[in-house]
Design a protein around this ligand. Structure first.
Ligand SMILES: [Zn+2]
Length: 338
């Protein structure tokens, strides 16, 4: 069976940022690399922005989602963006690039703060295929459900899981439209990574010809400079990357390297693994802050086994939950060595 060079990037986002929200974003120098962004990943063109994307949304069947008519409302702003002692939500030393360590003080009520967890791809359009022939969609769904459970257990009652149906492009249009209708405060799109076709090697798994690449591994966090709220997206991306690192995970460094050719991306922070990927529809068409997490590689045989384990899902879920808490709570929001 011919495998498409297709991997990641779904996303959702919803609504608007309520006016009352106050977000103090004091990232001293957001590095906007003047690099021409290339396409990334073996994301097919389906995942790149198109000016016409809104047109076909009328025919789209609404994605499955537990919706609530209540808009998310953020609590009063933190009165002081003063920096406090660094307190990482996860254990382990983390050394961060000072440029990315300026405080981002956001305050919200966990009971009302709505984060939408976008399950990347669909049952029909499954994204990447793992070294052992499991679809990325399966990985995305399992992980997103675990993150959802953990966030709700931590009091983020408005957390929503977004599952979309249909073929690739149409499903993307649908997920973006749904997200924008949802009035979410934040979107996190969940994906798992692979490699461009040129790196694939053959092997046999359970009697079936399969493909793998053990060359690369790791997570990455993607943001789009064309998102409606890039600074907030970047802030949450940094927190997510920091917490993934604090959980002992390494990010995928290869996307900063020329070997990736047209898939090379601008690396915004070499400590946290935050990359820029401007063209992703789920990031650029959503009207709220949005971040895409490639949780790990499923084409790498060793990492696939890890990503299949409940333990790894738990680690990643803990990292994401810690990042959301830091994002919301000023006392968690002070980053880095001060
Ligand atoms: Zn994906």
């Amino acid at each position: 069976m011919k495998r498409r060079e297709l991997i990641c990037a779904g996303s959702i986002a919803s609504g608007y940022w309520p006016r009352r929200r106050t977000i103090i974003v004091a990232m001293a120098a957001i590095v906007l690399l003047p690099i021409e962004v290339s396409h990334a990943g073996w994301l097919s063109d389906l995942f790149k922005g198109s000016p016409k994307q809104g047109k076909s949304s009328k025919q789209a069947k609404p994605p499955k989602l537990a919706t609530s008519p209540k808009p998310a409302v953020l609590a009063k702003p933190a009165t002081s963006p003063k920096r406090h002692t660094v307190k990482l939500a996860a254990l382990g030393p983390v050394h961060l690039n000072p440029v990315a360590l300026k405080p981002v003080a956001t305050r919200c009520d966990p009971q009302k703060f709505r984060i939408v967890l976008d399950v990347g791809h669909t049952a029909e359009s499954e994204g990447a295929i793992s070294a052992r022939n499991v679809s990325e969609f399966v990985f995305n769904l399992r992980l997103a459900k675990r993150i959802e459970a953990k966030l709700k257990a931590e009091g983020f009652a408005e957390t929503r899981l977004l599952l979309t149906e249909g073929k690739a492009r149409r499903s993307l249009v649908k997920r973006v439209a749904t997200a924008n209708d949802l009035r979410a405060d934040l979107l996190l799109s969940i994906h798992h990574d692979s490699v461009p076709n040129k790196f694939l090697e053959d092997w046999e798994f359970e009697g079936k010809k399969s493909r793998f690449s053990d060359r690369f591994s790791g997570y990455s966090v993607l943001v789009s400079r064309t998102n409606a709220d890039f600074q907030t997206s970047r802030s949450f991306a940094e927190l997510t990357g920091k917490e993934m690192k604090a959980q002992g995970l390494d990010y995928a460094q290869q996307y900063s390297q020329p070997i990736m050719g047209r898939y090379q991306r601008p690396l915004l922070n070499r400590e946290t693994g935050v990359y820029r990927y401007d063209e992703l529809i789920v990031l650029r068409k959503t009207r709220m802050a949005a971040v895409l997490l490639e949780a790990g590689s499923i084409i790498n045989r060793d990492e696939e086994l890890k990503m299949s384990s409940p333990e790894r899902r738990d680690i990643i879920s803990s990292g994401v939950t810690a990042a959301v808490k830091e994002f919301c709570e000023p006392r968690w929001a002070m980053l880095g060595p001060l």
